[in-house]
Design a protein around this ligand. Structure first.
Ligand SMILES: Cc1cc2nc3c(=O)[nH]c(=O)nc-3n(C[C@H](O)[C@H](O)[C@H](O)COP(=O)(O)OP(=O)(O)OC[C@H]3O[C@@H](n4cnc5c(N)ncnc54)[C@H](O)[C@@H]3O)c2cc1C
Length: 378
């Protein structure tokens, strides 16, 4: 059988996972990344059992577990540290907190294909023979048998396939950092204030990833006050070790929280979308990257079994879409509850969390964590 050449636009979690899934097959991956280096940002990521099942199937479990810290308990707290609820995820595989860079270097190491750093896709055209003609901003054009858009939230491939406008900003921004703390906490937590939240996740070696959200306009400039003074003003009086983590963070990254309304139509001819390009979600469930891993695996298996045609890509979409839609919508709702500002609404939210038995919380997370795309019959 002839080798087929697949262009993957975007060397993020989704693109690299697909390139691992197609390893050793007759489908050769060409991975184009607009950045000059294949690299990830300095922040934490939580990887849950649904994604670990895929990584296990790909033979990466031990390596990924080796760079992670198991999240054995998750607390929901008030800004002053009163515990509102807690849960202990108990699955055959752990929930892990880790540095994005560590996960990324494992994926990069195992991905197979030709890598093109510094190649930003500008546009593409479906050709009558089913092939796809890609044009890059550096003036280079190349023809491939198929195109996979793994180019994230502001996907150029999505624009070419669906043209459904810009992502939707959800009214709050997020700051993220990594810091050491002597606190020796081995749990993850999310603390709720009025229109503000802080999350903490253990990484390893006494380091923690933290994030803080606040209702404000799209990417408001923190200057002239400065990011750290602003965060200390907003969160410095919150419970330990929040102020310490902010103070000790070498870098703080700010992003807006945006997603897209889930709509079908990711596929056009031999082109389709994976990861955030297909189903960007707010990070309230910590499932965007996990879902990207699931989807890349699903598409990889379908390509291996049925090859690359619009029918096979539509099969992938028909399976991935309902799960992605549920996660995007649930995450959006959770974010709305988390960002409530009104005093009475905040009181009622906290009271509801406080009386919900842990079994209910576990039932809710089962829906996300129990998914096993590796045992799906396709
Ligand atoms: C604050 C925050 C916290 C999060 N926490 C978690 C978590 O704990 N757990 C979890 O599972 N998920 C989490 N997520 C979601 C997760 O980060 C994303 O879902 C995941 O990174 C998506 O991977 P991707 O490969 O689809 O897209 P991306 O990571 O966005 O990668 C896309 C790649 O494409 C490249 N690119 C873009 N345009 C072009 C172009 N035109 N040409 C070539 N290359 C291009 C980009 O440079 C990038 O490298 C979080 C997200 C945020 C914002």
């Amino acid at each position: 059988m002839h080798t087929k050449d697949i262009a993957i636009i975007g060397g993020g979690i989704a693109g690299l996972t697909l390139a691992i899934c197609l390893k050793g097959s007759r489908f050769k991956c060409h991975i184009f990344e607009k950045k000059e280096e294949f690299e990830e940002i300095d922040a934490a990521i939580s990887i849950f059992p649904n994604a670990l099942r895929v990584l296990k199937q790909l033979g990466l479990l031990q390596e990924v577990v080796g760079v992670g810290s198991a999240i054995t308990r998750i607390f929901m707290k008030t800004d002053h540290g009163k515990i509102l609820a807690q849960t202990e995820p108990r699955y055959q595989l752990p929930a892990l907190g880790m540095l994005r860079k560590d996960l990324y270097s494992i994926l990069l190491h195992h991905a197979e294909g030709t890598f093109y750093p510094g190649y930003a896709l500008d546009s593409f055209q479906n050709m009558p023979d089913g092939k796809v003609n890609l044009s890059f901003t550096n003036g280079v054009s190349k023809i491939f048998d198929a195109l996979i858009g793994a180019d994230g939230l502001n996907s150029v491939v999505r624009q070419g396939i669906m043209d459904d406008g810009k992502p939707v900003f959800r009214g709050y921004n997020i700051w993220r950092g990594i810091a050491e703390s002597n606190s020796d906490i081995h749990y993850a937590s999310e603390s709720y204030g009025k229109g503000k939240r802080v999350g903490i996740v253990p990484i390893r070696d006494g380091r923690y990833g933290w994030w803080a959200t606040m209702n404000e306009k799209f990417m408001v400039d923190d200057e002239p006050e400065g990011t750290k003074p602003k965060l200390q003003r907003l969160f410095g009086y919150w419970h330990h070790p929040i102020s310490e983590l902010i103070a000790k963070s070498e870098f703080i990254i700010k992003d807006s929280i945006s997603d897209r309304i889930p709509v079908k139509g990711w596929t056009k001819g031999n082109c389709t979308l994976i990861g955030d390009a297909a189903h960007p979600t707010t990070p309230n469930l910590g499932q965007g990257g996990c879902l990207a891993i699931e989807g890349a695996y699903l598409l990889g298996e379908i390509i291996r079994k049925y090859g690359i045609t619009d029918t096979t890509f539509q099969l992938y979409e028909s399976i991935q879409f309902p799960r992605a839609k549920a996660i995007v919508e649930d995450s959006l709702m959770l974010g709305k509850l988390g960002q409530l500002e009104n005093g009475i609404a905040v009181f009622l939210r906290n009271a509801a969390m406080n009386i919900a038995p842990p079994s209910i919380t576990l039932k809710v997370i089962d829906k996300y964590f129990l998914q096993d795309v590796t045992s799906m019959k396709i």
